[in-house]
Design a protein around this ligand. Structure first.
Ligand SMILES: Nc1nc2c(ncn2[C@@H]2O[C@H](COP(=O)(O)OP(=O)(O)OP(=O)(O)O)[C@@H](O)[C@H]2O)c(=O)[nH]1
Length: 344
């Protein structure tokens, strides 16, 4: 007998919870004409069945999707032959992310009374700390959505900050620490990019490579810090070149610099090399160990039409060979790579 009563109580509750969770309007048919209760959002006692039906439908309309009930505790009380009291504690998980309701414990008291053959709900009292529910709301959807929007804007701001930090990091990893111009890493990247572009558009890529003459002697005589300043002054002067899209002035290493000139033929590259050479002379940085008494550079120039016959490193190799030629034929001059081997 007792077992059957327990089963009855459990099934009444299960049926109620299922209808409530699935937002099933049939639930309203279970309300007794003698209904009284209070809703969690208002704490106002409702003494009319019709009013309670209105509140229930408002609840279902506000959140039409299924809600998830996570049961925490349940007490079934067999009060009299025809009165059952059920007390339940649960979390309500609304179908929106991060619902704060799911962290609150809902406390529900349901009183069922047997009327004729049916068990009807004569009292329903739910209590959830619904302080943030706006007027006319069963659930504090407006506040939850506001909270979500706030979270989204925080995430957006953080994403932007992260992208900015990444940009700064990218710039830092592509910049030479001493001279503040592009470094070897950036040059390698740009070379590959411009080489591929040149291959696609069938346009030549030129490279100017320059190296300070007798820089070891400069350091030995003026000191390493003065050597650093000299490198900075040179980089600063060089940075007025390579301003067109795809062009790049970079420190290749030590006292060696490169100027990448995409879509540039050999003659134009040699003209630019001449301007670079003159600019460095015009800086007139004292260097008593050279013939002119100022810092000079040796320059190698190469130009290739990118094709499958050779890769981008061939261009570097040719510019390097031309630079070696300039060094070995007296320094402070410009040489271009074979086959032309032009002398200026
Ligand atoms: N001050 C300073 N010196 C550097 C830096 N990087 C490389 N060097 C120096 O540059 C010098 C290069 O010397 P070498 O390769 O012998 O060439 P060089 O004396 O310029 O002679 P040539 O190139 O044959 O004209 C070395 O003494 C390096 O220490 C740097 O960042 N700062």
């Amino acid at each position: 007998m007792r077992q059957r009563r327990l089963q009855l109580m459990q099934s009444l509750f299960d049926e109620y919870i299922e209808m409530y969770a699935s937002r099933d309007d049939k639930l309203t048919a279970r309300f007794s004409d003698n209904f009284s209760g209070y809703a969690g959002s208002s704490d106002i006692l409702v003494t009319s069945k019709d009013e309670w039906i209105k509140i229930t439908r408002q609840d279902f309309a506000q959140v039409p999707e299924r809600i998830r009930i996570e049961m925490l505790d349940l007490s079934l009380q067999d009060l009299t032959e025809d009165i059952i009291v059920i007390t339940a504690f649960f979390h309500i998980h609304l179908p929106i992310p991060d619902s704060i309701l799911s962290q609150e414990t809902a406390r529900l008291v349901l009183v069922f009374q047997q009327e004729s053959k049916d068990w009807k709900i004569v009292h329903s009292g739910i209590s959830i700390p619904y302080g943030i529910a706006k007027k006319g709301e069963i659930y504090p959807m407006t506040s939850l959505e506001e909270r979500n929007r706030e979270l989204e804007s925080i995430i957006q701001a953080r994403t932007y900050e992260l992208a900015e930090a990444n940009n700064r990091l990218e710039k830092l990893s592509n910049t030479d620490g001493l001279t503040n111009i592009g470094n070897r890493r950036l040059f390698d990247q740009m070379l590959q990019k411009e080489w591929s572009r040149g291959q696609r558009s069938n346009t030549p890529v030129s490279l100017i490579m320059l190296d300070i003459d007798h820089f070891k002697l400069f350091n030995d005589f003026y000191g390493h810090l003065a050597g650093d300043d000299c490198l900075k002054m040179l980089a600063n002067g060089l940075s007025q070149f390579g301003r067109r899209a795809g062009e790049l002035v970079a420190r290749y290493g030590g006292e060696e610099f490169v100027i990448l000139l995409p879509n540039t033929d050999l003659q134009t590259a040699l003209d630019t090399a001449k301007q670079v050479h003159q600019l460095i002379q015009s800086l007139a940085i004292p260097h008593i160990k050279t013939n002119l008494g100022i810092v000079t550079v040796s320059v190698g120039v190469a130009c290739l039409l990118p094709s499958n016959k050779h890769n981008a490193l061939e261009l570097v190799h040719q510019a390097d060979t031309a630079l070696y030629l300039a060094k070995s034929t007296g320094r402070n001059c410009i040489r271009s790579a074979p086959p032309n081997g032009a002398q200026i």
